[in-house]
Design a protein around this ligand. Structure first.
Ligand code: BTN
Length: 317
């Protein structure tokens, strides 16, 4: 009921009367009063005026189940949401939930991770109160060979969500880092459990630097946060909701063909190094060329002085 009360308060410019809340939810005045008090304790500033009712003055930077449910507009993404103040890794938790039979679209979010995982066996710094650590679990009925493209779909969803919420030009460094002003703001780690022709589940983990005021010296040149790059404090739940909405839209397009043919153009427009000279850190033989865009399979097209190459994995600098 707390989420519904919050939704109603958010949607109302003026005041919502206590009676209106009682009628709407079929509960007593005391029950409404209790729920309002719990919301106040959680940091929501709610003004109560006699003969008028309740008015929402300000909301705290929370991203728990109540806050997210009160702003949720998606159909299936995040229909089941689990929030943790502290957890080892949201990816690990999402895998557990998948194995326990929770549905596709189950979403895990945490304020802090004690064992946040990055790509290539690296760790992901996950301090409390500074970032968003979230994982979307999917059980898609697609060919496992087509699953890696979902990371690119996710990158587009994050970049679009950041643009919607901050107005900043958030771009993608192929395949899936999100950068603003050349600084990495977000990383994505996708993990899959599959048979050779069947996907059990996929977990897409996303780490976003939101309120970080500084970074360790060795990261300073490359890492940034929304606060540092956009100069404003973002309400984390708004960014999460925008991401889930964007993901649902883009995922539906991807599913029609199980490739990026209908998303290639949108992705290319977000590609930070498009038309620029890049160095492909191919484990066998690094090379340089001009990044031209992606193929419908999500490979990066790189033109070298002698030929056109398609890069399907690895890193680009
Ligand atoms: C990268 O190395 O760029 C990917 C980082 C991915 C970090 C996120 S934070 C939420 C989710 N849980 C994890 O343990 N890792 C991912």
């Amino acid at each position: 009921m707390k989420a519904e009360i919050l939704r109603l308060l958010r949607e109302t410019d003026g005041y919502v009367s206590g009676q209106e809340l009682c009628n709407q939810f079929g509960v007593s005045r005391t029950a409404v009063w209790k729920a309002i008090n719990q919301l106040k304790e959680a940091g929501y500033e709610i003004e109560a005026v006699q003969n008028k009712g309740y008015h929402l003055v300000s909301v705290p930077d929370r991203m728990d189940e109540v806050e997210l449910a009160s702003i949720r507009k998606t159909e299936w993404a995040g229909a089941e949401t689990y929030y943790f103040d502290k957890i080892d890794s949201t990816n690990t938790k999402a895998k557990e939930l998948a194995e326990e039979g929770h549905p596709s679209g189950t979403f895990v979010v945490a304020d802090q991770q004690t064992a946040g995982k990055g790509r290539r066996g690296r760790s992901w710094d996950s301090l409390p109160g500074t970032g968003i650590y979230m994982t979307l679990m999917l059980k898609p009925d697609i060919n496992p060979n087509h699953a890696s493209m979902l990371t690119l779909v996710t990158a587009m969803a994050v970049a679009n969500a950041m643009h919607r919420v901050t107005g900043a030009e958030a771009l993608i460094k192929w395949p899936n880092d999100i950068v603003i002003n050349g600084k990495k703001i977000c990383g994505i780690l996708t993990e899959m459990s599959a048979q050779f022709d069947y996907i059990n589940h996929i977990v897409i983990g996303i780490g976003i630097n939101v309120h970080n005021e500084s970074f360790p010296e060795e990261l300073q040149d490359h890492a940034g946060s929304l606060l540092l790059e956009c100069g404003k404090r973002v309400h984390r739940a708004d960014l999460i909701e925008a991401f889930l909405e964007e993901f649902e839209r883009l995922y539906a397009i991807y599913l029609k063909t199980e490739d990026l043919s209908a998303l290639q153009e949108e992705y290319d427009q977000l590609l930070v190094n498009r038309g620029r000279q890049v160095r492909v850190l191919d484990p066998k033989e690094p090379f340089e060329g001009k990044a031209m865009g992606i193929t419908k399979k999500g490979e990066l097209i790189v033109d070298t002085w002698e030929s056109r190459k398609l890069v399907s994995s690895g890193e680009v600098s």
